[in-house]
Design a binder for this molecule. Sequence first.
Ligand SMILES: Nc1ncnc2c1ncn2[C@@H]1O[C@H](COP(=O)(O)OP(=O)(O)OP(=O)(O)O)[C@@H](O)[C@H]1O
Ligand SMILES: [Mg+2]
Length: 244
Amino acid sequence: MPDSTPLLEVHDVFAGYVKDLDILQGVNFKIYPGELVAVIGPNGAGKSTLAKTIFGLLTPHKGTIVFQGASIAGLKSDQIVQRGMGYVPQIANVFRSLTVEENLEMGAFVLGNTPLKSLKEEIFSRFPRLAERRKQQAGTLSGGERQMLAMGKALMLKPSLLLLDEPSAALSPLLVNSVFDQIRQINQAGTAIVLVEQNARKALEMSDRGYVLEAGRNRFEGRGIDLLNDPKVGELYLGATRAH
Ligand SMILES: Nc1ncnc2c1ncn2[C@@H]1O[C@H](COP(=O)(O)OP(=O)(O)OP(=O)(O)O)[C@@H](O)[C@H]1O
Ligand SMILES: [Mg+2]
C-alpha cells in the first residue's frame, strides 16, 4: 500500500479554536486507500481537533490537507462529504428525536430527492439491530446501537474514507467488541478508516498503522503491531500490561 498515492495527506497543519492559540502544532498524517489507521494519545492531545480539521469543521491557518489528489483545507464539511469523506463525531453523533430511519436519511441529505430506499436497506443489512428499530427514536437506543446508527448514517454516502472519533467511548466491553467487529468489516469492504481511540491497545491491534499524538504534535508513528511492541509507547500510552 505505501507505494500508492495517499487517499488523504495532512502536512504540517496548525489549527485551533481561537485565534493565535493553535492546538495542532504542525501535525502530519496520511492514510492510503483501504487502510485502517489508529490515532491515539492522551486526553487533550488534539485527536478530535485533528478529525475536525480534516473534516472542515476547523480551518487550518497553516499547512495542507489533500484528499483524493485535491486540496480540501478551507472547504466546508458538506463539500468534503460530497467528495467522499464521512465523519462520526465523538459526541452528539445522532439526532435523538428523529427515528433510526430518519437519521439515515439525514446522512444522505446532500443527495436531495434521490430515492434512498436501497441505500437504507444496505445499512440495515449491515446492522440488523437497526433494522428492527427503524421506527424507534434514536434517543431511545442503547449506547452500542446509537454508535452503529452514527456509523450507518455516515456510510449512507459510501465514503472512501470514514473518520471515527472514539466509537467505543462509554460502551460496555461486550459492545466495544461488537462495534470494533463492525469497524473491521466496514474496512474489509474497502472503506479506509481513521480510528481515533482511547482504547489504544485494541485500536492498534486491528490497525494497519497508527499515530500517537501528544500536545498537538506527532509523537510516534508506525505499523500497529510495531507500536504495540514498542516499550516506550507501551509505558506511556498503553498502560502497565504489555503484550510481552
Ligand atoms: N471547542 C473548543 N474550544 C476551545 N478549545 C477546545 C475546544 N475543543 C477542544 N479544545 C481544546 O483543544 C485541546 C485538544 O482537544 P481535543 O478534543 O482535540 O483532544 P483529544 O485528543 O480528542 O482528547 P480526548 O481524548 O479527551 O477526546 C484541549 O486542550 C481542549 O481543551
Ligand atoms: Mg477527543
